[in-house]
Ligand binder design. Structure first.
Ligand SMILES: NC(=O)c1ccc[n+]([C@@H]2O[C@H](COP(=O)([O-])OP(=O)(O)OC[C@H]3O[C@@H](n4cnc5c(N)ncnc54)[C@H](O)[C@@H]3O)[C@@H](O)[C@H]2O)c1
Length: 316
């Protein structure tokens, strides 16, 4: 049976690249991109794009039914930094959006729903090093609260209605294709972009702030491999995953080592407190055991690739 895939939040940092990748695998006409902003040229030229606000269940039903959707990658969300600037909107999009997705999946028998969670599901009381999958989940941001509640909602729809809902707690995602969308780890992208543009950078967390990260090619592999995992092997429904951990200073130093003369200042703002409430490193053993998770990139390999891809882009 052919997969008919809907991606929500398709024009964001992860969605743009995931949609293109899914179209390569399943065929452009079988992957419907959707979002509430104008479609980027690369996606519009390549396949179907729909306006879809996930907080509107009628629009969602129409897209799912008209396109005979069998799988949903639900990426529409308000991220941590923007979520603290507008907590009410964060709740509305992240919670009502996910509820509408799961209800639509239940009603119209969508075979699978993949939704990223986040390390923001953890909180200041969570163990900070090698944070395990089953631990204290008491976040202090609205974004984190929606991620914990979303994980529980996924579990509920799986247990009660047999919806095949799966989730990954992404760490900070670093990528060069689409700008990040207002998260606390955006500095780890901005530092490369500024350095390649020949500019200095003012980083919004302190030099010693250490967080887990994942490079986009690994993030895409994780989503695709989790979706393809044999259901009978899954003990968990939400997984910890990580690529590597690094401090903001180590990332800046990796850039300076490749672009001598680049200068990074550290000027923490409100996102410092959010970053400090998250783990420094993650234990992703269960993802490795249950569906073979294996990241390819650590800081040095990622830095080489980021800089070379950003230079290619700048050269047109
Ligand atoms: N990027 C990261 O570092 C990171 C880390 C952890 C988890 N995640 C999770 O991954 C998922 C995708 O994140 P991203 O980085 O691509 O985010 P992003 O902010 O770049 O993209 C989100 C997209 O959702 C869209 N959107 C917002 N409100 C909407 C609505 N009402 N209806 C439909 N679309 C709407 C936005 O227009 C945007 O294009 C999210 O669930 C996020 O929480 C991301």
């Amino acid at each position: 049976m052919t997969e008919r895939i809907l991606v929500t939040g398709s024009y964001g940092q992860i969605g743009t690249e995931l949609t293109l990748r899914l179209r390569e695998i399943y065929g452009s006409s079988n992957v419907i991109a959707s979002d509430i902003t104008p479609a980027p040229e690369a996606l519009e030229e390549d396949g179907p794009c729909r306006y879809l606000d996930v907080t509107d269940p009628r629009q969602l039903t129409a897209v799912v039914v008209e396109n005979k959707i069998t799988h949903i990658y639900h990426l529409a969300a308000i991220l941590s930094g923007n979520g603290e600037l507008n907590p009410q909107k964060c709740w509305e999009v992240n919670m009502n959006g996910l509820y509408n997705i799961l209800e639509t999946a239940r009603t119209w028998k969508v075979r699978q729903v993949i939704t990223p969670s986040s390390i923001a599901a953890f909180g200041p009381d969570t163990p900070k090093e090698h944070t395990p999958i089953d631990t204290i989940l008491r976040p202090t941001t609205m974004y984190g609260i929606t991620k914990v509640a979303g994980e529980l909602l996924n579990d509920y729809y799986h247990q009660k209605y047999d919806v095949d809902a799966r989730s990954l707690r992404f760490p900070g995602i670093v990528s060069h294709e689409t700008e990040p969308g207002g998260g606390t780890t955006d500095y780890a992208v901005d530092v490369y972009v500024k350095a390649v543009a020949g500019e200095d950078y003012a980083c919004f967390v302190s030099r010693d702030t250490t967080l887990p990260f994942l490079y986009m090619p690994d993030a895409l592999e994780a989503l695709l491999n989790l979706a393809a995992a044999e259901e009978s092997r899954l003990v968990h429904r939400t997984f910890n995953i990580t690529g590597f951990s690094a401090s903001a200073g180590q990332i800046a130093d990796a850039v300076t080592a490749r672009i001598p003369g680049f200068r990074c200042r550290f000027e923490p703002d409100f996102r410092q407190i959010i970053a400090e409430s998250w783990p420094r490193s993650i234990d992703d053993t269960d993802a490795r055991t249950e569906w073979g998770w294996q990241p390819a990139f650590v800081l040095d390999a990622m830095s080489d690739d980021m800089i070379s891809k950003l230079r290619e882009k700048a050269a047109g």
